[in-house]
Design a protein around this ligand. Sequence first.
Ligand SMILES: Nc1ncnc2c1ncn2[C@@H]1O[C@H](COP(=O)(O)OP(=O)(O)OP(=O)(O)O)[C@@H](O)[C@H]1O
Ligand SMILES: Cc1cn([C@H]2C[C@H](O)[C@@H](COP(=O)(O)O)O2)c(=O)[nH]c1=O
Length: 150
Amino acid sequence: MSDGTPTGLFIVFEGSDGSGKTTQLSLLADALTARGYTVITTREPGGTEIGEKLRDLVLSNSGDPVDARTEALIFAASRAAHAAQKIRPALAAGAVVLSDRYIDSSAAYQGRGAAWGWRASLTLAAGPPVTCCQMPPFSLRCRPQQASSV
Ligand SMILES: Nc1ncnc2c1ncn2[C@@H]1O[C@H](COP(=O)(O)OP(=O)(O)OP(=O)(O)O)[C@@H](O)[C@H]1O
Ligand SMILES: Cc1cn([C@H]2C[C@H](O)[C@@H](COP(=O)(O)O)O2)c(=O)[nH]c1=O
């Protein structure tokens, strides 16, 4: 019986918008599944019912602009639910969890200036530690040229 200590593996894909995170995540999920691993794919913001609602709220907001601190706390709230309801239980059950974005996105997007995203994520979201896979920088430079030449 599990005592709640993580036994699985948590891998996160971070990068600029359109850098290929979802593509690589999906390829790795297929490869690991084919080798017999239990794989959970997920994303941030989102990954849970409340997280997906928060995603819609913050990414599709057509009302008044959201101030930086509020925005950082919405991402942190989504992450807290994600960690508690999905990531930690899956890791405790021994799964490989592949997440499309995690805390480093808050550092990159909300961390500019006041560092609200980073602080909120570390102090409020209480997510598990992560293994990062980084995209090689050259692919970020090439992608827009490839897309526009089609
Ligand atoms: N290695 C690659 N070489 C060329 N094109 C690629 C490569 N990987 C992904 N793409 C293409 O680049 C586009 C963006 O890929 P993808 O959706 O995986 O990126 P993403 O980082 O998840 O994007 P977003 O941040 O917007 O969710 C897609 O059209 C995809 O087919
Ligand atoms: C987790 C997280 C995400 N964001 C931003 C980054 C992207 O612009 C969108 C997510 O869109 P994607 O299609 O899933 O790449 O949200 C952010 O600003 N802060 C965060 O913590």
